[in-house]
Design a protein around this ligand. Sequence first.
Ligand SMILES: Cc1cc2nc3c(=O)[nH]c(=O)nc-3n(C[C@H](O)[C@H](O)[C@H](O)COP(=O)(O)O)c2cc1C
Length: 122
Amino acid sequence: MIVQEGIFQYSSVNHSLVCYARRDIRHQLAHAALDQDSVHKAPAVFIIAAVYERTAKKYGNRAERYVKIEAGHAAQNLLLQSTALGLGAVPIGAFHDEKVKQVMNLPVSQEPLYLIPVGRKR
Ligand SMILES: Cc1cc2nc3c(=O)[nH]c(=O)nc-3n(C[C@H](O)[C@H](O)[C@H](O)COP(=O)(O)O)c2cc1C
């Protein structure tokens, strides 16, 4: 599957990517992440964002903990799959939350937790 330049959200309902914008925001995203090289250069950057309220409906005050545990699982799977494909992936936790939200145009309910640039190893 060839993915065009843009911002996409994964939809678990039908296992598809929904396109929100057709533009390259990597450099703006990298600025929000302390200008880290991997975010500037990777052909794809995965962003894991949390919607705590959704989980709180079922798990109450355990929601924040569960969401962060789950984000770790998802990130680990991404890293394992990248390795299996012979690609490089970098977990990035150092970024300005508000700037990432702004660049991504994320709704207020979504909190970015993790950036994971993926690309070919040098
Ligand atoms: C939660 C988490 C956040 C991280 N955030 C950053 C980051 O923002 N910048 C960075 O250079 N490394 C960050 N690291 C570390 C690297 O992504 C990576 O784990 C480290 O460079 C060792 O990678 P290697 O074992 O493949 O050499 C983070 C690691 C973790 C687990």
